[in-house]
Design a protein around this ligand. Structure first.
Ligand code: GLV
Ligand code: MN
Ligand code: MN
Length: 416
C-alpha cells in the first residue's frame, strides 16, 4: 500500500491542460461557475473519469460524483475532490488541484488494480467560489442541508440570471436530489492560499478546521446630482459614504490579531464623471476563527454606518447574507492526513484554514478533513498563484495515502 504512487507528471499535465479552459493572458483562469467554460471543463472531467471506468452521476445542484467501485457496494463511498470554478482573475490551482489530485489518486488505484473496501469517488462541487452567485460554497451547502435547494436555485448573479437557469443552460442539472448522496468520508486537497507553509518550509498543512466567516450586502442610497453645480454641503454622495464604510471595515478588522475584513465589490450608479453618485451596492467579507470577534466587527461597522447616515444624509442598508460558523474537521480524518504525510516522508504543520472550502460544509454530514500544500508567496485569487509540480504531487500523494488508510479502518469497523 505504501508503494502506491501518484504520477507527478500526469497530474501537472492535467493541471496545465485544464488551465487552458478559460485561460487568461496573464497565465490564470477566468472560469466562472455555470458558464460555458465551466461546462467545457465539466465535460472534460466527465470524459476522463469515464475513461477510467467510473460511473459519473450529477445531482440537481450540478455536483458531479465519479465512482470507482469497492468490494462493498452497500458502503457509502470515500470521496475526495474540490471545485473547478474560479474567480474572475483566478489562478491555476485554487480548486483545480483538489479535483485533479483526486482524479490522479483514483487513476493510481485503477492502474495498480487496487481493490478498495469502500467505493472511491472524485467530486466536483458547483460554485465554490461565490464570485458569480453569492455566497460561496452554495452547492456543498445544499448538500449539507444548510441552504434549501430552492433558495440556492434562485440566487442571482449581478445581471439577474439565476443559479437554476444557468445550471439548466449548461446542461448540468442532474436527476439526483442534492444531499441524498451519502459519503463515508471526504478529503480535499487545496493550495494553502496563505503564507505559513512556505515561510516555515513545511511540505503539508494538516488542516484541523475552517475559520468563521460572514458576508453582507450593502446598499447605500444618496441622491444623483450635478457634479458641477451642487455645492459640497448640499450633496448626499453614496460613494463617499461607501468609501468611508470601506475604511470602517478595515479598521474593524485591524482591532483584532487575526481577523480580516474586505470590501471586494463596489458598483457605483449612475457611473458618470459629472454625476454625484446616488447609489452604491457593495459587499463585505469578514473572517476570524472566533465568531465573537465577528460580532464585535459587525457592531463597529453598524456604528460607522449610523454616523454616516446622519453625517452625509444617506441611507445605508446592511444585510447579512451568509454566516458560516467555525468548522472543526473530524479527528479520525485529520489523523489519517497526518499519518499519510508522515508515512510519505513529508514535514507537516497543523493549521486552520482562512479560506472557505466545500469540505467545511461536507464536514457537517460526513467525516472530513483537508490537506494543504504551500503556494508561492502565499498569493491566491490572483493569476500568478503558483504551487510547484512537486508540491502539487505531494498533496495528491498524501490524499491517496489518507484515503487508503481511512478505507482500511472503515473495513475494520464494518467487519468487527
Ligand atoms: C473561497 O474562495 C473563499 O472565499 O474562501
Ligand atoms: Mn478553492
Ligand atoms: Mn477560491
Amino acid at each position: 500500500m505504501k508503494n502506491l504512487k501518484i504520477d507527478a507528471e500526469r497530474l501537472w499535465d492535467e493541471l496545465m491542460e485544464t488551465a487552458q479552459i478559460g485561460g487568461t493572458p496573464k497565465g490564470g483562469i477566468c472560469r466562472l461557475t455555470l458558464t460555458d467554460l465551466d461546462r467545457q471543463v465539466r465535460d472534460w472531467f466527465k470524459a476522463r473519469c469515464e475513461a477510467l471506468g467510473c460511473a459519473v452521476t450529477v445531482d440537481d445542484m450540478g455536483n458531479m460524483f465519479a465512482r470507482r467501485p469497492g468490494t462493498r457496494a452497500d458502503v457509502p463511498p470515500i470521496a475526495m475532490g474540490s471545485h473547478l470554478d474560479t474567480q474572475p482573475t483566478g489562478g491555476k490551482f485554487d480548486g483545480a488541484l483538489g479535483v485533479l489530485a483526486a482524479l490522479e489518486a483514483l487513476r493510481a488505484l485503477h492502474m495498480a488494480g487496487y481493490q478498495t473496501f469502500a467505493p472511491i469517488e472524485v467530486v466536483n462541487w458547483t460554485n465554490e467560489e461565490g464570485a458569480r452567485f453569492a455566497p460561496a460554497m452554495i452547492a456543498s451547502g445544499v448538500f449539507a442541508g444548510v441552504f434549501t435547494r430552492d433558495w440556492a436555485a434562485a440566487r442571482q448573479d449581478r445581471s439577474g440570471e439565476t443559479f437554476g437557469a444557468a445550471l439548466e443552460a449548461i446542461g448540468y442539472r442532474g436527476p439526483q436530489r442534492c444531499g441524498e448522496h451519502k459519503l463515508s468520508a471526504f478529503f480535499e486537497v487545496h493550495i494553502e492560499q496563505g503564507p505559513y507553509l512556505e515561510a516555515e518550509g513545511k511540505d503539508i498543512g494538516v488542516v484541523t478546521g475552517v475559520q468563521a466567516m460572514r458576508w453582507y450586502e450593502i446598499t447605500v442610497t444618496g441622491q444623483d446630482t450635478h457634479a458641477g453645480t451642487t455645492p459640497m454641503p448640499r450633496r448626499h454622495d453614496a460613494l463617499l459614504a461607501a468609501a468611508r464604510l470601506v475604511e470602517a471595515v478595515n479598521a474593524a478588522a485591524r482591532k483584532h490579531p487575526v481577523a480580516v475584513g474586505t470590501v471586494g465589490l463596489l458598483e457605483v450608479k449612475p457611473g458618470a464623471p459629472n454625476v454625484v453618485p446616488g447609489e452604491v451596492f457593495s459587499m463585505i467579507d469578514m473572517r476570524d476563527p472566533d465568531p465573537a470577534v465577528l460580532d464585535r466587527m459587525e457592531n463597529d461597522i453598524e456604528a460607522a454606518a449610523a454616523a454616516l447616515r446622519t453625517g452625509l444624509g444617506v441611507e445605508i442598508a446592511i444585510k447579512n447574507i451568509w454566516t458560516q460558523p467555525p468548522q472543526p474537521f473530524d479527528p479520525d480524518c485529520v489523523a489519517a492526513v497526518r499519518g499519510a504525510a508522515q508515512v510519505s516522508g513529508f514535514t507537516t504543520r497543523d493549521m486552520i484554514s482562512g479560506a472557505g472550502h466545500d469540505a467545511a460544509y461536507v464536514a457537517r454530514v460526513a467525516p472530513s478533513a483537508m490537506i494543504f500544500v504551500p503556494c508561492k508567496d502565499g498569493i491566491s485569487h490572483n493569476e500568478i498563484e503558483y504551487s510547484s509540480k512537486e508540491q502539487c504531487a505531494a498533496g495528491a500523494q498524501v490524499l491517496l495515502q489518507a484515503v487508503l488508510d481511512y478505507d482500511r479502518r472503515l473495513a475494520e469497523r464494518y467487519e468487527r
